[in-house]
Ligand binder design. Structure first.
Ligand code: ZN
Length: 120
């Protein structure tokens, strides 16, 4: 499985990532922003990083693991950038996350398998 990286930002040692300040958009719809923050916080823990990461904007300690959803992988602290610094993630990811959330919200529960299964 190959995961798509998102939300890794340039720092003094590594300039191959984009600059977080280029992604700031304070006009982004608040409801959509909130949904994306929830989505980012709800990822599965994928990897532990070598050490804690500091926020590129305010300097606070901002997570030490990476989260994933089976398609994308992002640093644990990405939600902080979106929530507190107005970082707007690309539409491609936003559409993916909202579609994923909608499918979970609309899911119906089928009890039939669990009603029948018994220990072997
Ligand atoms: Zn910050």
């Amino acid at each position: 499985m190959k995961l798509i990286s998102i939300g890794f930002w340039a720092n003094t040692e590594d300039d191959r990532w984009p600059d977080v300040s280029d992604f700031v958009d304070h006009d982004w719809d608040a409801d959509e922003r909130h949904r994306i923050v929830s989505y980012l916080l709800g990822g599965f823990h994928a990897y532990a990083m070598m050490g804690p990461s500091h926020c590129r904007v305010c300097g606070k300690l901002n997570g030490s693991t990476e989260l994933m959803d089976g398609t994308y992988v992002w640093p644990q602290g990405l939600a902080h950038y979106v929530q507190d610094h107005g970082v707007r993630l690309p539409k491609e990811f936003v559409d993916h996350a909202i579609d994923h959330q909608d499918r979970i919200d609309d899911a119906e529960c089928d009890d039939s398998w669990w009603e029948q299964v018994r220990p072997e």
